[in-house]
Design a protein around this ligand. Structure first.
Ligand code: FE
Length: 347
């Protein structure tokens, strides 16, 4: 073979290798800070041969980075952990709306973005977390807090522990309450929560659970996965703490308990769009959904997926009625909610 032919062949090989390498990879920006997700990524690569490159940051960091990178962003898939943040990113034009029968069939309508005019959907919920009430079993029973409204009852003055009102998990809950009750009643309810606080808001959800167990407050609000994590902890102190508290899924007799989502989207400037869609579709498969439930104690988003997580199963028998309002409406209410919080002095 002539030197020329060898050179051409080498160039061709390099070119096809780089095309292949591009085809077989996926760049993910993830706010899912859960070590148990590693197995999930590994299984996807094993099944498809698509290599995953991951950037981990918090939601705000990811959104800032996407904006700074603009059209040269290498991100293909974005994973965020709150409905109002997904909504914000959609409004800021950071996502590429996609059409996927698999995702649309698996994810309930209220847990994905509203389809755009051409039918594309900007983001999909991939797992849910319920925002529940935990209480001191020595003092109270489930009936005391079977609705979110009851948390504002003056008879619980000095009993409530809750994280900052401005945290996205609370902004989403309060945004949902605004949908259910209307703005005026929600603001009065928020004022009632402030009046009932045992202490000024501080710490995360786990800190509120521990404060109830320690007797610092009688009742608190938490996402279910923090509670499940403590129930399954190998630390005896965590387990002992959870034995002192009861859990109630509020509003089962009317609109259902507030759920938030962790969700995913294809990035606006994704270079590996097909792989990105394939990955999101994989995340709603029974295997991946089971993984969310068992690995990170989240509720599967896909309909009819069975899971085996003793902590989740111990809560309300492992199932509950969740609210059906569109989760995107919750995001839309966040500015209004923040103004209410400022007015009632909810830090
Ligand atoms: Fe969290």
């Amino acid at each position: 073979m002539s030197t020329f032919k060898i050179a051409v062949l080498m160039l061709w090989c390099l070119a096809c290798h780089s095309v292949w390498a591009q085809d077989k990879q996926l760049n993910i920006y993830s706010a899912r800070h859960y070590p148990t997700d590693e197995a999930l990524y590994g299984d996807f690569t094993h099944a498809t041969g698509i290599k995953i490159n991951r950037v981990d940051a918090d939601d705000a960091g990811i959104l800032a980075r996407l904006k700074a990178e603009g059209t040269s962003s290498p991100a293909d898939v974005i994973l965020l952990v709150d409905a109002s943040r997904l909504w914000r990113a959609e409004v800021d034009g950071l996502f590429l709306p996609i059409k996927s029968k698999v995702l649309e069939e698996a994810v309930p309508t209220q847990l994905h973005a509203k389809p755009s005019d051409n039918g594309g959907v900007a983001w999909f919920g991939l797992s849910t977390r319920a925002r529940v009430v935990v209480f001191d079993k020595l003092k109270y029973s489930k009936a005391d807090f079977d609705s979110y409204e009851k948390l504002a009852d003056p008879k619980y003055k000095g009993q409530l522990c809750i994280r900052s009102g401005s945290h996205p998990y609370n902004l989403s809950l309060f945004g949902a309450m605004t949908e259910h009750l209307g703005a005026a009643k929600t603001e009065a309810w928020l004022k009632g929560l402030v009046d009932n606080m045992a202490r000024s808001p501080k710490g995360g959800d786990t800190d509120q659970i521990k404060a109830v167990a320690a007797g610092e407050c009688g009742v608190a609000v938490t996402n279910t996965y923090y509670l499940a994590r403590m129930m399954r902890s190998t630390n005896p102190a965590d387990k002992a703490a959870t034995e002192k508290i009861g859990v109630v899924f509020p509003n089962q007799s009317n609109w259902g308990t507030h759920v938030n989502i962790a969700g995913g989207a294809v990035a606006k400037n994704a270079k590996n769009v097909d792989n990105a869609i394939k990955f999101l579709e994989y995340l709603v498969s029974p295997t991946a959904q089971n993984h969310f439930a068992n690995g990170n104690n989240e509720w599967p988003v896909a309909k009819g997926v069975s899971f085996d997580n003793p902590a989740l199963k111990s809560m309300n028998g492992g199932s509950f009625k969740s609210e059906l309002i569109p989760i995107s409406a919750v995001g839309m209410n966040q500015v209004k909610v923040q103004q209410m919080l400022d007015r009632v002095g909810f830090k």
